[in-house]
Design a protein around this ligand. Sequence first.
Ligand code: GDP
Ligand code: GDP
Length: 441
Amino acid sequence: MLPVITLVGRPNVGKSTLFNRLTRSRHALVADYPGLTRDRQYGVGQLGPGPYILVDTGGLSGSSDPLDMLTERQVRLAIAEADHLLFLVDARDGCVTGDFDIAAELRRTGKPLTLVVNKVDRLDANQVLLEFHALGLGDPLPIAASHGRGLNTLLERIFAALPQVDAGAEGADTTGAEAGKGIQIAVVGRPNAGKSTLINRLLGEERVVTSDTPGTTRDSLFIPFQVDGRDYTLIDTAGMRRRARVTEMIEKFSVIKAMQAIDACNVAILVVDARAGIGEQDATLASHVIDSGRALVVAVNKWDGLSADERTKIKDSYERKLAFLEFAERFQISALHGSSVGLLLDAAERAYSSAIRDLPTPLLTRLLADLVSEHQPPLVHGRRIKLRYAHQGGRNPPVIVIHGNQVDAVPDAYRRYLMNRFRKELGLHGTPLRLEFKTGS
Ligand code: GDP
Ligand code: GDP
């Protein structure tokens, strides 16, 4: 599972500046999906030794009042679920009362913590750092987030302090072997969407649940199961299995756990609640799936007992608000009654095989030529953009690299045309697709 680093600090110390810097390199896919906005609070950081989940608690507490209770809880959750706390203070303000308050609270958590002094640009770092020793949190580390200064040192220090990820050690023989069986599926969705109900349905009695062996408890993260003789593994980071049977009022929803599950899966099943309508949380979770490049199947749940009018309304709303999920297969299901649930796993198989498909260069190049002759790229400064050939630049998600001239000038509309047609002609369904352009031949 991805480690979690949580940013804490007073307003204006530079948390979101730092967050943006550390998560920026993953914009590539997002740019290809019009209407998709990035989550400003949770992101996957790339700068530094390895990927990690980064949470900006400032973004959490900065939202409007009715949500305060919820965001307050999410801040606490973000601290509780952190592997490392990054406490940011402001060199220009110096060490102020607010910092002492936060320091006291953070110390109480007992979590590993790094004290980071931001905005040391144009200041004498050594001089500035001195007063922050008063917080009693060890040696402060100087950075200038907006200049990108000190960030590599910072990440190296944090990674050195992280608990050694036991992917190789413990996971390799037991959990790891099981985790590797069949397609790995993560079920994500907002609270109450019906995730636990769906999971229980998928793991239902009539199916062989192979996880009830010593060592795999109900809290196990990877739950292998079989349907029609095929192996699957459910990734249950949120402990959703069996939960629906125990009526539990406590909100267990955690964006962090959802992101960890998304990162670890081959295919995400996004459960949307038809009765609650399509909300921001659905879009946010969807954006994390795309951002991670994972294959996706959408289950619009609680379809039972809705009137024809309501059904039309929900379909419209879905197509408006989640237009960027056009690439994914969508099913109207009832997790409660089981209708259409059986279709999800087949769709997951299709989505994953699209995601890992080999796309031979001759095929891609021939397709490109067809698409270009059908609809030419525009002229730029009197010269036509030339797209010469294409090859596959990666799998899972598939990346198609297109070589040509003036590729920087390819308009978004033309890029979308290529994307849609490549998708259609290649039969790539259920996976994000990335187009990259390269100059030259
Ligand atoms: P947040 O409220 O903690 O998320 O703080 P922001 O990231 O919004 O930053 C607050 C202000 O500090 C903005 O105007 C930033 O441009 C500025 N800032 C952030 N990092 C630095 C830095 O390293 N040096 C300087 N000089 N300003 C910075
Ligand atoms: P989770 O928070 O996403 O895990 O949601 P749960 O699985 O706990 O379900 C939340 C509530 O929705 C429970 O009361 C379920 O019985 C109900 N529910 C789940 N699926 C369906 C469905 O397909 N139809 C209807 N009518 N209710 C459902």
